[in-house]
Design a protein around this ligand. Structure first.
Ligand code: GBH
Length: 483
């Protein structure tokens, strides 16, 4: 189908979808519908079914701003990372990557989203580690030569960690950071472009700024919304420059589909529902504009608008951002139900709202509400932008492994409901392939399809959880595994 018609179709479908979405806002999925549903059937051979990880969370052996943060503690003595854990070995994927590839083959996945670590490839400014390049290439080749069918790599360039040389200059607050990132992207495209078509520039810029510059729970540990908003604008600039660099430097169509590059970004989205009255509604709308809308709006319009009332309003022209998405990546985990606390915020500072938890709803080990309807609602919300959508992350912290199968099935159902209404979802990637270093939660958040006994098993064996079979059933439905 020609792109104009496709776009028109998507916009119309999206508009209808939004109307439906509003109507059905509180309409919970019927468990019997989910149980009966065969997910992704008819999605077509091009559908991307895969798993995701990030470099720092799985590789081990890295030295960057997070390594330094892990060693630190808060003024009250609490370590920055629960239990004082560190990612010094993590899942040891730097050495055990063949086991990772074998696990992905067993799943039947046809795409693997993973990171290349900037601090490893460019340990000092301008340097380039040829041995690290060779090791990543070895893995890329193994993915392309996988057992049943090729596993397309989706290469992620930035996922929360910065080289030390850049962090000491001020990280993303340093004016030269976007250009430095684009230079890294260009070199990565030169080094890996013959094996990679799917490029993800940034992971969750909104999560990075809220954790690193507002909550102060991640490096650089700042609590200043204004600075956070400015860093978000910087990250958008960095994305724009990197997208251009990737397209200029990767001219090789690795998979023969006629396109050398398909560039996007993984955007964390959350449903913000008001707990009650009109003020809660206004607050939810502000949260939605800042958290969910600012990034795609900037790319759609070529204008950066970031507003945090009472803290900062940024308005900048950025025409170079237009056209930088071949796809939009959606990372979805949970929703927030918000009750405003404006008076409290004005008098004592802090967030202008507090989350209201409904204890009757199911929750994950991290305390996040399990709300698959939110994925459906958000897919309808993002469809009118017109980009094909890849669910670049969806997953659940579940130490037992018992919850994950139904979590996968309900979220796949949410995707299919959106697809049935015309939303062009072209892929689903589960977070995560295996248990890994869950940032400030250390090894307490278990997101893996494969579990790892970090404390008791020095071999770090990847052991399948019950959800492996659930995922394999999706692959079978898509013809990626034999019935
Ligand atoms: C993703 O972030 C990351 O890309 C990945 O590195 C990470 O391992 C994975 O998800 C699992 O966390 O604690 O009240 O703020 C998702 C980050 C998840 C942050 C939901 C905010 C809301 C609950 N977000 N979370 S709260």
């Amino acid at each position: 189908m020609n792109p104009v018609r496709l776009t028109a179709m998507v916009v119309v479908a999206g508009a209808i979808g939004i109307a439906l979405g509003c109507q059905r806002k509180t309409g919970a999925f019927d468990q019997q519908d989910i149980d009966r549903h065969h997910a992704f059937v008819g999605a077509g051979p091009g559908f991307l079914l895969g798993v995701a990880t990030s470099a720092y969370q799985v590789e081990g052996g890295n030295q960057n701003d997070w390594t330094d943060w892990e060693r630190g503690s808060y003024p009250d003595g609490q370590p920055h990372v629960a239990g004082g854990a560190s990612a010094s070995r993590a899942a040891d994927s730097w050495n055990l990557w063949r086991q990772d590839v074998a696990a992905i083959e067993d799943l039947g996945a046809n795409v693997y989203r993973f990171g290349i670590e900037w601090s490893r490839l460019e340990p000092t400014e301008g340097a380039w580690d040829a041995a690290a390049v060779a090791r990543y290439r070895e893995m890329l080749l193994a993915l392309r030569a996988a057992r049943r069918h090729p596993i397309a790599p989706m290469l992620n360039l930035y996922h929360f960690t910065l080289p030390r040389w850049l962090a000491v200059r001020g990280g993303w607050e340093w004016g030269g950071a976007p250009e430095a990132f684009a230079a890294f992207a260009a070199r990565a495209a030169d080094a890996f472009g013959d094996l990679v078509d799917l490029w993800c520039t940034l992971n969750e810029p909104n999560v990075y700024v809220t954790k690193g510059y507002m909550a102060g729970q991640w490096p650089p540990g700042i609590r200043d919304p204004g600075r956070g908003a400015r860093v978000l604008a910087r990250l958008l600039r960095a994305h724009g420059l990197a997208a251009a660099a990737i397209r200029a430097h990767d001219r090789v169509d690795a998979d023969g589909d006629g396109k050398a590059t398909r560039v996007g970004l993984a955007h964390n989205v959350r449903v913000f529902d008001p707990a009650g009255g009109p003020v809660d509604g206004v607050i939810a709308r502000i949260a939605d504009d800042f958290y969910n809308r600012a990034i795609p709006d900037a790319v759609a319009t070529g204008h950066i608008h970031i507003a945090l009332p009472t803290a900062v309003t940024i308005d900048e022209s950025a025409p170079e951002l237009r056209g930088t998405f071949d796809w939009l990546g959606i990372n979805y985990y949970t929703r927030d139900v918000l009750r405003s606390r404006l008076a409290g915020a004005l008098l004592h500072g802090g967030a202008p709202y507090e989350p209201v938890d409904d204890p009757t709803r199911p929750h994950t080990d991290m305390g996040w509400e399990i709300y698959p309807e939110g994925l459906y609602r958000l897919l309808l919300t993002f469809a009118p932008y017109g980009w094909p959508i890849i669910v670049t992350e969806s997953g659940v912290a579940d130490r037992t492994g018992i919850v994950r199968p139904s979590f996968i099935r309900s979220h796949a159902y949410a995707i299919d409901r959106a697809r049935a209404e015309g939303v062009p979802v072209i892929g689903y990637l589960h977070w995560s392939l295996m248990d890994n270093f869950e940032w400030s939660h250390g090894y307490e958040g278990r997101f893996g399809l494969y579990t790892i006994d970090f404390a008791g098993d020095p071999a770090l064996t990847r052991r399948p959880t019950p959800a492996v079979a659930t995922f394999q059933a999706l692959a079978t439905g898509l013809g990626l595994l034999p019935p």
